[in-house]
Design a protein around this ligand. Sequence first.
Ligand code: PMV
Length: 324
Amino acid sequence: MPAFTATAPAKIILFGEHAVVYGRPAIAVPIAALQARAIVRADVRASHGAVRLIAPAIGLDTQMDELAADHPLRRAVAITAETLHADYIPACQITIQSNIPVAAGMGSGAAVSVALIRALAAYLGHPLPAEKVSALAYEVEKIHHGNPSGVDNTVIALERAVYFVRGQLPRLISIELPFQLIIADSGIASPTAQVVSDVRAAWQKNRSDFEELFDRIANIVENARTLFEKSGKDEELTDYLTKLGGWMNENQILLAKLGVSCPELELLIERARFAGAYGAKLSGGGRGGNIIALVDEERQAAVIRALQEAGAQRVIATTIGGIG
Ligand code: PMV
């Protein structure tokens, strides 16, 4: 019996994190260089319906029934079987591998769910379309995040840049004019659910100021979407990068006002800008995880070096947009 393998990319949010929880738009892009992978293999020697889950990175090797009902992996398996009206799952082993850093704002939980749901649906004989995979992964995200906007599962399942508004169909964005980003990991694990819940508590105390900050973030997202959609290949690259970088810097100021930055992220951001980045901001839940810095060919090496010297745990250079 062949193995059924599926992958899902990491993601970063370019603009709009946190405000997106409150109905404002966000723009997120997949990062194919980092991936989660799920492999489902029939296990003819196992007893009827036995599902073994193996995730070496977290030291997990167990029968599914032994996990709590709300364990994200068990939930992803159960929800896929329910959706496909599979009364039982033919005995199998499910292996999860991922090189996406955990609790770093790169969507590792959503990517594992998407890969697992895809591989299991194929094993059960009913591959699911991306929209359905996204909807199922959203249900699992609720365990990780409490009150997720849905942006992570959407961009990861669709594997395309998206303009996302909670509760609406995502709009795919084509980024014609590619740009280079440096993603630098602060090494601080920061569970998104905690930061999202702290923002909610602060919003409850001071709704009008927070609503205004969310509106200002929404404005940046709209500007960026318009720029992405209008920019042709003949656009002056420096103008394009200067605009995008400026909006990243503005978005960062607003995120800091929401209370989701921290000194370690501010240091990385400052060093990246000082080394020549057009702009830099945190990406994802904040208080740890990653920053992103916008560069061009010429500035890339200096920014990478500056981030490494400032203590970034992992620095990745990636190209966003363009063909492919
Ligand atoms: O999973 P993270 O850390 O990239 O955060 C997701 C973005 C938030 O806007 C902070 C939360 C959400 O559900 O959209």
